[in-house]
Design a protein around this ligand. Sequence first.
Ligand code: ZN
Length: 116
Amino acid sequence: MTKEKFIIDSSTVLKFIQIYCDDKHKDATKLYETLQLNYLNENLDEKLEYHLCSTCKETFVYSYQRLKECPHDEKPRCRKCPNPCYEKTQWKKLATIMRYGGIQLGLNKIKKIFIK
Ligand SMILES: [Zn+2]
């Protein structure tokens, strides 16, 4: 996939996880952190800032790693992927988060990239 697509997909995932964490884990201890995006061994001119609890951070880092290693030039919708890279439990977790965020934002278009 292109760098631009990688940046968009990474920030989309983060946006959804952030919404979920803000709503569901209001009382959890959270840290402000920044992730320097890196794709194909190149540091991109793009940083993502987040404020997540440790569980959501783990989910985000996991998703980011999977995205980074996605072997497809044109990333298919994950559900249609011939060789899905997510572990089942992680996938379920993220699907729940994306569905929740999709409802909050009403952005079905984005939700489809990951869920349908
Ligand atoms: Zn959280």
